[in-house]
Design a protein around this ligand. Structure first.
Ligand SMILES: [Zn+2]
Ligand SMILES: [Zn+2]
Length: 116
């Protein structure tokens, strides 16, 4: 996992310090690639899910606006968690508890969505 490109259907071998292969890294830098909110692999940002997750989830995901909105919300929460988690030193307990709750809730939503 550590030395394979993070993009969902790319099996390019890469150095362990890198996340994406050369091509996908450039796309990620340009903002064309972000993380799939369900499986955490790279996907094209214009789609809500990677093709793998989209195929595995029920057809309703594309037509169900509530589900689609939930996926977008989850993806924003994921970004926020990634950003904040490296920065919690010195946070008061109350704040950390709220972050835990958010993470827990996000995991539950992810599981619901994965089960279609
Ligand atoms: Zn790649
Ligand atoms: Zn996915």
């Amino acid at each position: 996992m550590a030395n394979q490109c993070k993009f969902w259907d790319c099996f390019e071998k890469i150095s362990p310090v890198h996340t994406f292969c050369g091509d996908h890294f450039e796309w990620a830098q340009a903002g064309d690639i972000d993380d799939c909110p369900l499986c955490d692999r790279g996907k094209f940002s214009k789609y809500p899910l990677c093709t793998d997750c989209e195929t595995n989830s029920s057809d309703s995901i594309k037509t169900d606006n509530t589900k689609l909105a939930t996926i977008h919300l989850l993806s924003v929460v994921n970004d926020l968690m990634t950003m904040v988690n490296s920065d919690t030193a010195g946070w008061p307990d109350e704040k950390l508890r709220q972050l835990d709750r958010l993470e827990h809730a996000a995991n539950m939503v992810r599981k619901e969505l994965q089960s279609g």
